[in-house]
Design a protein around this ligand. Structure first.
Ligand code: ADP
Ligand code: ZN
Ligand code: ZN
Length: 734
């Protein structure tokens, strides 16, 4: 066949549900172009980085009109065939344009068409002479002595990144050792035989042992494990011992974590345990660093990647295991653009790669509990805290009719004094930042509202601002009521800033630290604060959900949730699950070491079944009863949902859009359409929002319906006037 008979089918990252046709380059045999490679194509008035999907011999477009691609960026696809099928699956399942799905799998730099080259990491290896030299002979050059000593204890090739982590300013010393022929540089770790672990692993307790064995037995096939372990039960230790077995097989491990738990402390823990090359990937890294990490895994240079949601699609040269820690965490769901669940896609990826997937958490999502019941996931249960730590005691503190000072009841204040007197730390949790969520006029009842949202402005006293937490609008704090000009403006309700000020009054001489999004914006602040807490320089830690996860504070013995009630009355059916998870996770920060911990929940609803079940019978029991309720109400996981959101600056347009859509849709007996209704937050950032919830007893039926719905939406005239999105398996109905 001659060249012009080949048409390239190309996916371009634009919000359009179709592929694009291009002519192959003149100077290349199109048959050598493999699906998955990146291309530069002319598009509109500019150009885009696109992905080759396949070759075809005909096109709906007249070939005279077809444009030719401008450049072939990859000789070979960067993703394996299995990962390419994963992307095709994800585009179908989430009904999202294939080009955008492809794009999401690549780090930004590669999406922009940068060459897939990698700055090879250098490895330092001692020469024979270097291995035998007594470091004492270098005592006049202390840095060199220290470096030599370090390299001798590690014995194997050491990557520069590891030296960065353990020694400061070591490069001049390395240069000097090289000049003395004690040390040489290697281009790859492959040349250097590695032994896998550095420090010895802990002796697993019987439950940990059982969990480790089960996963290790499954290492060469697909199976999903749910490692349910109470906080502090040693899940991370289980991960690390399983990982060790994967490394022994010469395979790679992808560990996914919520953004906030991927702390330098955790990275340190992995680097101290394993001597293999480890890389990390999260949103605070530069584009270049993420590209390095991605390509390093793809080439097999690294054995372990610790990453957040966006690391899910990182190609693995030798896939061995996928771990997803804190599987219940909402941050695994992408909430904009390509709305995927990293947990669910990880499971499919494990299946396609034929490797086990290990989901860990103290508070499994109801979906995962259900999947265990259905026999789809295997449960590994760690019911006790590891080491000597005892489970925290939980107490509901009824604050009805109690005297309160800025959200702190008198009995609570007394308990805090007792704890502090023993030189132990207190952690206060309040999931609302700012000073107060509402500003109201005492004279006329005027309330400060956001001009662009259906929401109140939040008072931020420190910055003398009113700020909307939904759209970010700000305005200066008003000196007087704009309505009646005389009334006194009164902040209503509690935020962390307000509690912080109250604590300074109530506990003079005690050091208080506040950790929320407002106080930890600058890089390094959070890490510093965590170090100070662990050094015992802080008495009272106050914060938002940022504190809930992962952190290990050995001297915190009293954990307080100032306000659990506000979570009890949400209209979203996911809210009770999220609240229960939050309570258990926050409680888990108490008494993680030798000293026993206590948890106090302030509530005006001490008889609420969610609270009593959770506290008397534990999370497992709560989860079972919550599942039973979902079953009765035919809610997920007993049914399947998709949420169509539509918003526009003109308040009438979303409903007109839905009207047109409803006329075009064929009625369906199985798929229920709930709505369209105004979104619970009916206006945000100046746009009016409506939504239609689709619910079906079976997944295939829902997807068949969506398959028909998508082209209808694309064909409507009003589609161009609205912003719309489809969310399959929504976890947030706002
Ligand atoms: P999780 O991830 O479940 O919260 P970690 O793995 O962080 O728990 O373990 C909690 C604490 O218990 C850590 O300090 C860890 O070193 C310790 N630990 C874990 N397993 C053991 C064990 N088998 N023996 C002694 N201590 C352990
Ligand atoms: Zn007023
Ligand atoms: Zn707003």
């Amino acid at each position: 066949m001659r060249n012009h008979l080949y048409i390239l089918k190309v996916a371009i990252p634009v919000p359009v549900y179709r592929l694009f046709d291009y002519l192959p380059p003149l100077d290349l045999d199109p048959k050598t172009l493999k699906p998955g490679i990146r291309l530069t194509v002319p598009f509109g008035r500019g150009q885009k980085t696109a992905f080759l999907i396949g070759l075809d011999s005909n096109s709906e477009v007249l070939s005279a009109k077809l444009k030719r691609i401008e450049a072939v960026l990859d000789e070979r696809p960067l993703l394996s065939d299995r990962d390419l099928s994963l992307l095709h699956w994800a585009a179908r399942y989430y009904h999202h344009p294939l080009g955008e799905v492809f794009s999401a799998a690549f780090p930004v730099a590669l999406r922009q068409g940068k060459p897939a080259t990698i700055k090879a990491e250098k490895f330092y290896v001692l020469t024979e002479k270097g291995r035998l030299l007594n470091p004492e002979q270098l005592r006049r050059a202390p840095k060199q002595k220290q470096l030599l000593y370090q390299l001798q204890t590690e014995r194997d090739a050491v990557p520069a990144s590891r030296l960065n982590a353990i020694l400061e300013n070591w490069r001049p010393a390395a240069k000097a050792l090289q000049d003395k022929q004690l040390l040489r540089l290697e281009g790859s770790a492959a040349n250097a035989k590695t032994h896998l672990t550095l420090n010895s692993q802990l002796h697993p307790n019987p439950l940990q042992q059982e969990a480790i064995e089960q996963v290790v037995c499954a290492l060469s096939r697909f199976e999903v494990f749910l490692l349910e372990g109470v906080t502090g039960s040693g899940k991370t230790e289980v991960y690390m011992q399983v990982i060790r077995s994967v490394l022994e097989l010469g395979l790679q491990v992808l560990v996914l974590l919520p953004e906030i738990t991927l702390t330098p402390q955790l990275e340190q823990r992995f680097r101290q345990r394993f001597s293999v090359p480890i890389t990390i990937s999260h949103s605070k890294l530069t584009d270049t660093q993420r590209q390095q990490a991605w390509l390093g895994m793809q080439r097999g240079d690294y054995a372990i990647m610790l990453g957040t949601r966006s690391a899910l699609f990182t190609p693995l040269a030798r896939p061995g295991l996928i771990i997803l820690d804190e599987e219940h965490d909402a941050s695994f769901k992408q909430q904009e653009g390509f709305r995927f669940s990293a947990r669910d896609v990880a499971v499919v990826r494990g299946k396609l790669l034929n490797v086990p997937v290990l989901l860990g958490t103290a508070t499994p999502s109801l979906e995962s509990v259900y999947n265990v019941e259905q026999g789809r996931y295997r449960l590994l249960h760690l019911t006790e805290r590891a080491g000597n730590a005892a489970p925290p005691k939980m107490l509901l503190l009824d604050i009805r009719n109690k005297r309160m000072q800025e959200g702190l009841s008198e009995p609570l204040i007394a308990e805090m004094h007792k704890t502090l007197a023993k030189n132990e730390q207190v952690l206060l949790f309040l999931n609302r930042r700012g000073f107060a969520p509402t500003l109201i006029c005492h004279g006329c009842g005027w309330v400060a509202r956001c001009r662009r949202c259906e929401a109140n402005m939040v008072v931020h006293y420190d910055e003398a601002l009113l700020r909307c937490h939904h759209c970010g609008s700000e305005q200066r704090l008003l000196p007087q009521c704009p309505e009646c000009k005389t009334g006194q403006l009164t902040p209503l309700g509690l935020g962390t800033e307000r509690v912080e000020k109250a604590l300074a009054q109530l506990f003079p001489g005690r050091s208080v630290i506040r950790l929320d999004r407002d106080t930890t914006q600058r890089k390094g602040v959070l890490e510093d604060a965590l170090d100070r807490i662990n050094r015992g320089e802080v008495d009272i830690v106050l914060g938002t959900q940022m504190l809930a996860k992962g952190h290990h504070f050995p001297n915190v013995t009293l954990v307080v949730m100032l306000d659990v009630d506000s979570g009890l009355f949400s209209i979203d059916f996911h809210a009770s699950e999220k609240l229960a998870q939050m309570i258990v996770q926050v409680s888990g920060r108490a008494g993680r070491a030798e000293k026993p911990g206590r948890v106090i929940l302030q509530t005006r609803k001490p008889d609420h079944p969610l609270l009593t079940t959770l506290i008397k019978e534990g999370y497992g029991c709560f989860a079972r009863s919550a599942l039973a309720e979902r079953q009765l109400a035919e809610l997920p996981p007993y049914s399947f949902q998709a949420l169509l959101r539509v918003e526009a600056t003109d308040s009438a347009v979303p409903l007109q859009f839905f009207e047109q859509l409803m006329q075009a849709v064929e009625p369906n007996r199985t798929v229920r359409m709930l709505g369209p209704v105004p979104a619970p937050m009916s206006r945000r950032a100046g746009r009016y929002r409506y939504q239609l919830l689709l619910q079906s007893p079976t997944r295939p039926e829902l997807h068949r319906f969506l398959d028909k719905l998508m082209p209808l939406i694309a064909g409507l005239k009003l589609t161009r006037k609205v912003r719309w999105s489809l969310d399959v398996d929504p976890v947030d109905l706002y």
